[in-house]
Design a protein. Sequence first.
Length: 267
Amino acid sequence: MFVAQVMAERELEVWDCLAAVSDPELDEPITDMNFVESVAVSDDLRVRVEFRLPTYWCSPNFAFLMAFGIRSEVLALPWVRGVEVHLMDHCLGDEVNKGVNSGRPFHEIFAENCDGAVLKEVVDKFLAKAFDRRQEVILLGLEAQGRAVDEIVGMRLGTLKRVRFTGEDELRQLPRYLDILATCDLASADEDLAFPTWQGQPIAADDLKDHLGRLRSTRINMEFSGALCRELAQSRYKEVEIGPEGPTLVDFMAGRVPPREITETGR
């Protein structure tokens, strides 16, 4: 009984660490996107994680980044002795699984399977989008508190850490924003500007409105992609209920309508 409880707790630890892995295009945790299919911990403390993406043709860039993110996060757990990552139902599943579990350098495997793409350039592109989305949430949260433009653009990191937000989105994104500032060397000390641009420059008070407009465009594109991914995943993996008005043409095309039962008269 005790052993079973320990193993269950370790599985929960794995699930928790997988929340740190994000879909690179959407900046949403793969656990929130329901990409993780299963987690298993063996008696010898080896972990197997199975995940799947919304479509068979999802970009190999995304697949490799998520697969290696899963491996990296799980291996960081001190008790883990090995990790096997398995991408299911994907056109490059064999290549992803072989690459991520081979122990070879990530950048080599990535370039071989992603048309020679340079890993750092791809990662930087997605980090820039994630930065924009997280920063917009915090900036809008400060505006909603009635703070002046000059105060916002001139705010220091130490001051931002002491701001009390109440909105769900701000509470979720603040630690993620602080993390990306530090990870990307944009701000780490309390006296650093809390809101640099992705290029590390300050935002002028007169430019804040235009800056927010650009961040909004990034968010809208990411939200659209996220909604599309969720719908594709739901259509691919889950039974879709027929609405109260009966089946539509789409339901028939998707094969969701069961055949009509034959009556006693054969009609």
